[in-house]
Unconditional design. Structure first.
Length: 113
């Protein structure tokens, strides 16, 4: 059974930075693409960034130039570094493995002064 566990959320001031991490277990991690999604209150879940098994990354326009997605195949982890955070980045962030349609439990990120 594939399991994804996120960590790293919290409260951060506007302009600050945060790194989210996701540990994957239960599968051969290195061959699969990974993604980060987020869902703000009253809004649909949206894709933030994705990275495939060849380390090619893609970003939503809303976070481009402010986010970096990375993966460590040896540790079966995927991370999302967010910089220059804005109040509109406030959301629950989810780790996602598309091949299995598996989701983590989510981690809250709140950007507020």
């Amino acid at each position: 059974q594939v399991q994804l566990v996120e960590s790293g959320g919290g409260l951060v001031q506007p302009g600050g930075s945060l790194e989210l991490s996701c540990v994957v277990s239960g599968t051969i991690y290195r061959v699969y693409a990974m993604a980060w999604y987020r869902q703000a209150p009253g809004k649909q879940r949206e894709l933030v960034a994705s990275i495939d098994h060849t380390y090619n990354a893609r970003y939503a326009d809303s976070v481009k130039d402010r986010a970096i997605i990375s993966r460590d195949n040896a540790k079966s982890t995927v991370s999302l570094q967010m910089n220059s955070l804005k109040p509109e980045d406030t959301a629950v962030y989810y780790c996602h493995m598309p091949a299995f349609d598996s989701w983590g439990q989510g981690t809250q990120v709140t950007v507020s002064s």
